[in-house]
Design a protein around this ligand. Structure first.
Ligand SMILES: Nc1ncnc2c1ncn2[C@@H]1O[C@H](COP(=O)(O)OP(=O)(O)O)[C@@H](O)[C@H]1O
Ligand SMILES: [Mg+2]
Length: 299
């Protein structure tokens, strides 16, 4: 049993660890003003509550536009929190000023979906990794760069090469190394494997797990892909129209989903075996009929 599993020995019915969580979103609302005369603001997150423990991976699933990225951005101080609060290590970070936030910023990092736009192609890997270290006032930068390259299984000579020389999977390793540079407590991973092919995806997911085992970092792992979220998460939260409609252990949410939307999401996830796929299609039709939805043609 590894450390990340040990943390769940004292878990409650939803699989949440006992004690003060690392991060606690409490009834968080994010609204954006809309343009135009007398138009009312649009609410993107509508009373979201979610805790993340140290060493924990919470997967966040939901269709496009459900508010997943906004939730990550709210944690990072990049989306306007118009209601509720976000506690990090027992302190409300949703009301901090920009300069106050900068101090807690090192503990909260992010890996984005697109490793092409998130890394400057004309910078060397060493410079990319030195940036956060220098901003954090770290003097032993070059040694840390060596350790970071090691941690993401890139060769030491990668440091002198330019970001544009690397493939998508390698760039994502560099983005992960950059996120780890300041030893964060929590990394928001926003669809970090969605742009990668299947085999690269599996290796990068393995890397995320390995890093968690060695560093104890927690993840909010955002994805629209249930197979990915099942493979990496301790718990899973399902977001629908800006609300968490289901929250539980990965086994419970994927094996015995309670909410109709989660059931549909699971049924819609592709499976490799064609026989199982056909059975699934029939089950899906039956489910949609029970839920009173319009049934697509079953081929
Ligand atoms: N800065 C913004 N201003 C106005 N609306 C926004 C802004 N950012 C996101 N939204 C809206 O919030 C909704 C959720 O977006 P997002 O969080 O990106 O969803 P997801 O990541 O689940 O696809 C979308 O309808 C989007 O148009
Ligand atoms: Mg998104």
């Amino acid at each position: 049993m590894n450390a990340s599993v040990n943390a769940y020995v004292n878990a409650d019915a939803n699989g949440a660890a006992a004690g003060t969580p690392l991060l606690s979103m409490q009834n968080v609302q994010v609204s954006y003003p809309t343009r135009g005369f007398r138009s009312s603001p649009v609410t993107v997150l509508d009373g979201v509550s979610l805790d993340i423990a140290e060493h924990e991976t919470v997967g966040l699933v939901g269709e496009s536009g459900s508010g997943k990225t906004t939730m990550g951005r709210a944690l990072l101080g990049l989306a306007p929190v118009t209601g509720g609060r976000i506690m990090f290590q027992g302190r409300d970070i949703s009301t901090l000023s920009r300069s106050e936030r900068r101090r807690s910023a090192k503990d909260l990092q992010v890996v984005f979906q697109d490793p092409y736009s998130s890394l400057n192609p004309a910078m060397t890997i060493e410079d990319i990794l030195m940036e956060p270290l220098e901003a954090g006032g770290d003097k032993g930068g070059r040694d840390v760069v060596r350790r970071l390259l090691d941690q993401v299984h890139l060769p030491q000579d990668a440091g002198r090469r330019l970001a544009r020389e690397f493939s998508g999977g390698q760039r994502q390793r560099i983005a992960i190394a950059r996120a780890l540079a300041l030893d964060p407590k929590l990394v928001v991973c926003d669809e970090p494997t969605s742009a990668l092919d299947m085999s690269t995806q599996a290796r990068v997911l393995g890397l995320f797990k390995e890093i968690q085992e060695t560093t104890g970092v927690a993840y909010l792992f955002i994805t629209h892909d249930l197979a990915v979220v099942r493979a990496i998460s301790h718990r899973i939260a399902v977001l629908l129209h800006g609300k968490v409609v289901e929250l539980g252990t990965a086994a419970q949410v994927t094996g015995d989903p309670q909410h109709a939307y989660t059931q549909r999401l699971l049924m819609a996830a592709p499976i490799a075996d064609p026989v199982a796929q056909r059975t699934r299609r029939l089950e899906r039709r039956a489910l949609l009929e029970r839920q009173g939805e319009v049934v697509d043609a079953v081929s």
